[in-house]
Design a protein around this ligand. Structure first.
Ligand SMILES: Cc1cc2nc3c(=O)[nH]c(=O)nc-3n(C[C@H](O)[C@H](O)[C@H](O)COP(=O)(O)OP(=O)(O)OC[C@H]3O[C@@H](n4cnc5c(N)ncnc54)[C@H](O)[C@@H]3O)c2cc1C
Length: 301
């Protein structure tokens, strides 16, 4: 019986684990090695680690957490979790069954990319979602924004902060007159033609090939991707889920507890705005809150 099982050992999960380890609680972190930013060669904006490779950051964090004697790190997939008798049973892909008093969900999100040849291999490098994460690197260079959802218009208005923008409607509906005027005020060029491929020596981007054969030269393409949970465990546990701007968001209180008592959630799955710093901060809150519940709930009972 562990005090806590953490499902997902990345920015959120390892940050939660650190608080629990420092509270000398037995904590088991299960992770299957698919952090959301694994496609990027460098991570930006994280306190003191700007520009570091994401895998190096996570390796360092894992080593620090693993140094505590009450911590166990398991490389496996959690296949299922259920509440039973005041605790939780957790089943792993390696056949192991574990039990804990509390759960922290930190299993992250998937991004559903549009099916455009040349996009997937550039994701996180020259096909990107967030200018704070990857934007300064392309300062002053020609940029693109791909329309994937209504909110893409906001992205098209915002990205000119970093360079001149072409807004690719990809054969979709054009913006209304008022929006066109706002885009024109930001010097955004609107390209209605469908996009057929991203071209160049990947991961570099030479430009966007259009259905009519033209190549629009850009060095980076921004797009908003729909998101989904990496694991169905939250639904299976019965946690309340809200619709966020990009996909599902687990409902949590100020202590990161979900609608299911004893189940906490942290990181991208539990917030609408995503980055490694927020995920880590949520993890710290979840870890401290779980620790306090382990200390004080038995006293209150
Ligand atoms: C391409 C790209 C680039 C980015 N660049 C930056 C950047 O430069 N700076 C920045 O601050 N943010 C960046 N982000 C955002 C950042 O990646 C996320 O905000 C952050 O990874 C969220 O951390 P997390 O711990 O919530 O989830 P994740 O990092 O996604 O980790 C979830 C973990 O859970 C594990 N997991 C999932 N399901 C299971 C299961 N069933 N069993 C066991 N383990 C499981 C996964 O393997 C994974 O390790 C980027 C995102 C993308 C998509």
């Amino acid at each position: 019986m562990h005090d806590v099982i953490i499902i997902g050992g990345s920015f959120a999960g390892l940050s939660a684990a650190m608080q629990l380890a420092r509270g000398n609680r037995s904590v088991c972190i299960i992770d299957n090695g698919r952090p959301r930013n694994r496609f990027a060669t460098a991570s930006h904006g994280f306190f003191g680690q700007d520009g570091e490779p994401p895998d190096a950051m996570l390796r360092n964090a894992r080593d620090k957490v693993a140094a505590y004697s009450s911590v166990r790190l398991v490389h496996a997939t959690v296949d299922g979790a259920r509440a039973r008798g005041g605790g939780f049973d957790v089943t792993l892909s390696n056949g192991e069954d574990l039990r804990a008093r509390k759960l922290v969900l930190a299993f992250g999100l998937n991004d559903a990319l549009p099916d455009i040849p040349g996009l997937a291999e550039r994701w996180g490098k020259t096909a990107i979602h967030c200018p704070y994460c990857h934007g300064y690197e392309f300062l002053g260079r020609p940029l693109g924004v791909l329309a994937t959802m209504p909110a893409s218009i906001h992205q098209a208005e915002f990205i000119p902060e970093w360079g001149p923008v072409t807004f690719f409607l990809n054969g979709g509906e054009g913006p209304d007159r008022e929006t066109r005027a706002r885009l024109a005020a930001r010097n955004v060029a609107i390209e209605p033609e469908p996009v057929v491929a991203l071209e160049g020596e990947a991961p570099e981007l030479a430009g966007v090939r259009l259905a009519d054969g033209r190549l629009v030269e850009i060095t980076a393409l921004y797009l908003a991707a729909r998101t989904s949970f990496q694991s169905p465990i939250a639904e299976e546990l019965g946690c309340a889920i809200d619709d966020g701007p990009l996909g599902p968001v687990l409902r949590t209180d100020a202590q990161q507890m979900t609608s299911v008592a004893g189940v906490y959630a942290a990181g991208d799955i539990a917030r609408a705005m995503h980055n490694a710093t927020f995920a880590s901060a949520d993890g710290v809150m979840a870890g401290a809150a779980v620790h306090r519940s382990l200390v004080f709930e038995p006293i209150a009972a």
